[in-house]
Design a protein around this ligand. Sequence first.
Ligand SMILES: [Zn+2]
Length: 411
Amino acid sequence: MSSVIRAVDWIDSQAHRMIDLVERWANINSASHNINGLERMAVALADAFSPLGGQLKLIDLVPHQIIDSSGHVVQKPLGRALSVIKRPDAPMRVFLGIHMDTVYGLDQPFQTSQRLGASTLRGPGVADAKSGIVVMLLALEALERSDVADFIGWEVLINPDEELGSPGSTPLLAQCAKRNDIGFLFEPTLADGSLASQRKGSGNFAIVVRGRAAHAGREFHVGRNAITAMADLITQLDALNGWFEGLTINVAQVEGGGQMNMVPDLAICRLNVRYVDVQQETVVQSKIEEIVGEIDKRSGIGAALHGGFTAPPKPFDEPTGQLLEHVADCGRELGIDVTWRSTGGVCDGNRLAAAGLPNVDTMGARGGDIHSPNEYLLIESLTERAKLSALLLMKFASGQMRWPMKNNTQL
Ligand SMILES: [Zn+2]
């Protein structure tokens, strides 16, 4: 039996360790703004990845700028990212990444994982993406156990801010994209088990409208109502839905106002924009600026736009298609049916592609109901997906699969 087959099959013997790791890591609250939890997670991950023998470091990120509920720009600290680099001088370099943060804050009831029979684990982040970290770890362990590992170098980045749109780690992802030939992200598969091909782009905006406070009874006419101005603004923004094919504008949150006897002088709205074509960014941005600018000109009203586009669309281009074909080829050898389709969801795969790295971004486990208190993982997919990634890495390492390399001195 070849060392590749032995190393891939070895993953089956690790099934119990894999599910234990997912449970343990899911029980650490690592919400994007829970710095203590993220630090615990980063230390646990450093312990798990250090036996692989790469150069390991924890990297501080610049704080995240947000608009607080008084309408001011404030800095929020982010957790640290874990980087591990092995054999950077190898002829082919592969990037592997996923995030350690989740969407479940400390104030939510969904804090621990729970087995539902033999096949399912429910818990915060069990699919998105703690299981993905475990799948990635085991694939690398299997690679390192084989005798073909020397041909490829690899680089791991586990970031703590993906669920916020990777505000602090985007520059790190761009550097990774430059240094590597191909990339794999271990986001969960789509709910039907397929991988993501094309992805929409995304932008997050906040709009702050300020008016003039006044007594609602004595001096109503002196006041300038920030909420009604915001309502007008929101109606105009909402009307942009479908302006281009695939363009959506989700007005996600509104804050403002207070006492019944006071004309409100502050309203804040937060919205998310999704779109298909990168060319639409400037057009949509100027349209939003125009609408905000019109409100800003009203007497006694000020309106300011914050935020911007954080993830360009990920096109289904030829390199992405080829890489997906390679994944499907490995799937066929292992008896795993690999299919793909487009999605409106965005992830760091968008950012890597924008920085020039062909990547498949749904190499993680199968599960569903992510970002909800019913999030679950299908346990059998842990070994299944780790074997898929391990075989892929070893095919590239052994030269059975080829890829045009950036610093191509060998071919
Ligand atoms: Zn995710």
